[in-house]
Structures are given as structure tokens and as C-alpha cells.
Design a binder for this molecule. Structure first.
Ligand code: ADP
Length: 229
């Protein structure tokens, strides 16, 4: 059976301009990721990993090049279409969780679905789906808690459940264990791996931690602005 490419980067360049200074962070990144794979991109701090992940997820525009997601050049889409893809088809997990402190765990997990369905309250069906995800990440007992009442590892598991609520095809993780101790990191990566296998979820994880990256099926190194396999 032929592999199906879900995400492709073609000759991506990113230049940041600060006054009259230029910083070329990505110098021609090419990448093709098949559906269902777990890919890690590893590189030292400042190598451009977050920049690349943000561009792959439609959060930042490249200076040059294309990102093809599900056969569409995402930077050729209207803002509205791109927002819809980001909200419904791509899940994001960031180093600092980015949970909304004034909302409960259940509400945080439901948030992307509330936005995409333009609902103002959590429906019964959505609540059941959020609870199912909270069970999957081992947080059933925390549904009515607020983020400040949770540990870092628990908050990150809420962020993972939130990333999955709209059943995206792609999960992008930006240094997801960067703020966690090593035992909690291992548990979190085991969870991401389980989700990758059980949900056939394509995962792209960027990290400076080479040991962590080894848990992925495919590891790329970001060096001098290009990817090396
Ligand atoms: P990493 O995730 O590998 O640590 P980043 O993608 O965050 O690397 O950053 C790569 C480089 O680009 C760094 O030198 C950083 O300072 C610079 N950079 C990131 N974002 C911006 C920005 N918005 N404006 C200018 N420089 C930036």
C-alpha cells in the first residue's frame, strides 16, 4: 500500500527582520510526513524549531516556500479557511500549556469545539466527548477543577485532551515536556505515543531533548536552517 503524505514542507525559508538586521532561521526546509507517523524534530535552542512548527501549523507565514496539508497549500487559503483548518484539523500542544485560567478543565477541553460550532455553552454531546478524552488522559477526576489546581503534568494532559477535541488529523507538539520533570516527561510522551497508535494520529514533536526524540518513529535534526534525517 502506498503511504499517504499528510503534511509537506517545500523549500521553506523564514527570515526575521529586526531593524536593518536579518536573521535567516529556515534556509530551505523540505519535509514529507505520512499519515499516522510520529515524527520528532530535534535541535538546540534557537535552531528554529518553534518557527518551523508554527509555520507547519499555519500559525506563522514563511518568507518563502509552501506547506501542503491534506493536499492543500495552506498559505494559499483565505484567512477564514486557514483558521478553520487550524481549529478543526490541527491540534496544538505548547510548552506552557496555555490553558484559560478562569475556565474549568472540562471547559478548557471543550473550547476548540465551542469555537468551531459557535456554541456558547457545552452541549451534552460535547461534554461526553470531553469527558471521554479526559478519561483517555487519566484526568476524569479533575473535570471541574481549575488549571491553577493542577500540576504541570496534569495541565499538559488537559492541553492534549483540548488538542484532540475536534478530532484533528495532526497533532503538533512544541517542546511539550520542557516544563516538566523527567518522570512526568516520560509519562507524557508515553501518552502521546499511545494517542499516535490508538487514534492513528499523525504527530510532529519538536524538542531540544535528543533522548525524548528517540521515542519517535522518525527523527530529523534541524541544523543551520535545514533538516537532516
Ligand atoms: P527554537 O524553537 O529552536 O528554540 P525559535 O524558532 O524559537 O527556535 O527561534 C529561532 C531564532 O529566531 C532565535 O534566534 C530567535 O531569537 C529568533 N526569533 C524567533 N521569533 C522571532 C521574531 N518574532 N522576531 C525576531 N526573531 C525571532
Amino acid at each position: 500500500m502506498n503511504n499517504i503524505s499528510l503534511l509537506e514542507a517545500k523549500n521553506l525559508r523564514k527570515v526575521y527582520y529586526n531593524g536593518n538586521k536579518q536573521l535567516e532561521v529556515l534556509k530551505g526546509v523540505n519535509l514529507s510526513i505520512d499519515k499516522g507517523k510520529f515524527v520528532a524534530i530535534v535541535g538546540p535552542s534557537g535552531a528554529g524549531k518553534s518557527t518551523l512548527l508554527h509555520i507547519l501549523g499555519g500559525l506563522d507565514t514563511p518568507t518563502q516556500g509552501e506547506v501542503i496539508f491534506a493536499q492543500k497549500n495552506i498559505y494559499g487559503l483565505s484567512d477564514e479557511e486557514l483558521s478553520r483548518i487550524r481549529n478543526e484539523r490541527i491540534g496544538f500542544v505548547f510548552q506552557f500549556y496555555h490553558l484559560l485560567s478562569e475556565f474549568t478543565v472540562l471547559e478548557n477541553v471543550s473550547m476548540p469545539a465551542l469555537i468551531s460550532c459557535q456554541l456558547s455553552v457545552v452541549s451534552c454531546q460535547l461534554k461526553n466527548e470531553a469527558l471521554r478524552l479526559l478519561e483517555q488522559v487519566g484526568l476524569t477526576q479533575r473535570a471541574t477543577h481549575f488549571p491553577s489546581q493542577l500540576s504541570g503534568g496534569e495541565q499538559q494532559r488537559v492541553a492534549i485532551a483540548r488538542a484532540l477535541i475536534n478530532k484533528p488529523g495532526l497533532l503538533l507538539c512544541d517542546e511539550p515536556t520542557g516544563n516538566l520533570d523527567s518522570k512526568t516527561s516520560d509519562e507524557l510522551i508515553a501518552l502521546v505515543k499511545k494517542i499516535n497508535l490508538e487514534n492513528q494520529m499523525t504527530v510532529v514533536l519538536v524538542t531540544h531533548n535528543a533522548e525524548l526524540a528517540k521515542t519517535a518513529q522518525i527523527v530529523y535534526h534541524l541544523r543551520d536552517g535545514v533538516l537532516v534525517n
